[in-house]
Design a protein around this ligand. Structure first.
Ligand code: AMP
Length: 168
């Protein structure tokens, strides 16, 4: 089993995961983190709920985010409001020592106006349910021109819930 240091993560992230009590990477993290920190390309990871997938994609995503650029660089799509909030909370925990990095959750069933205001203040990473993201794109608020990374969390569940057209 490798350590988080050996996976190639930087000091601010190592400090954050240390404070969260993560002693060693979980198997999906050990497999995925070096791959996502390395070459560009697509990756599919299959692992049960609760096995550490959020950090597996989240830590490399944070490493690859350029805080100096103010526009959204990554989108994380997920099926439900609950998961959306959970992912955003986790990413914020991991990013606590990365100054100025902004993560914004947007999801249906909640006031779009407050989400519009938040997005206008700037976000590097948008965590979204598909329908609400499309709504925000159509209103010109969510601008995805500079997005380089897309994560589909619980992709199987999103397809089961009929989101395939929205995802396309
Ligand atoms: P997830 O599958 O991403 O929802 O993670 C499941 C739980 O495991 C969450 O409570 C995480 O905070 C926790 N977790 C993730 N990675 C680690 C790790 N390397 N060591 C200990 N706990 C972890």
């Amino acid at each position: 089993m490798k350590t988080f240091e050996e996976l190639g993560l930087s000091e601010p992230i190592l400090r954050a995961v240390g404070e969260l009590g993560y002693v060693e990477p979980m198997p999906v993290q050990e497999a995925v983190i070096p791959a996502l920190l390395g070459e560009d390309g697509d990756l599919v990871a299959l692992a049960q709920t609760g096995t550490g997938k959020t950090a597996a994609y989240g830590l490399p995503l944070l490493e690859r985010t350029d805080v100096v650029r103010p526009e959204p660089q990554a989108v994380v799509l997920c099926p439900t409001r609950e998961l959306c909030l959970q992912i955003a909370t986790d990413l914020n925990d991991y990013a606590r020592y990365i100054d100025g990095l902004r993560i914004q959750p947007v999801y249906g069933g909640s006031s779009i106006q407050s989400q519009i205001r938040s997005l206008k203040r700037g976000a590097h990473i948008i965590v979204a349910t598909p329908g609400r993201l499309i709504d925000l794109m159509e209103r010109g608020v969510a601008r995805l021109d500079a997005v380089r990374y897309v994560v589909m969390d619980e992709a199987d569940e999103m397809l089961n819930m009929g989101f395939s057209e929205s995802i396309d």
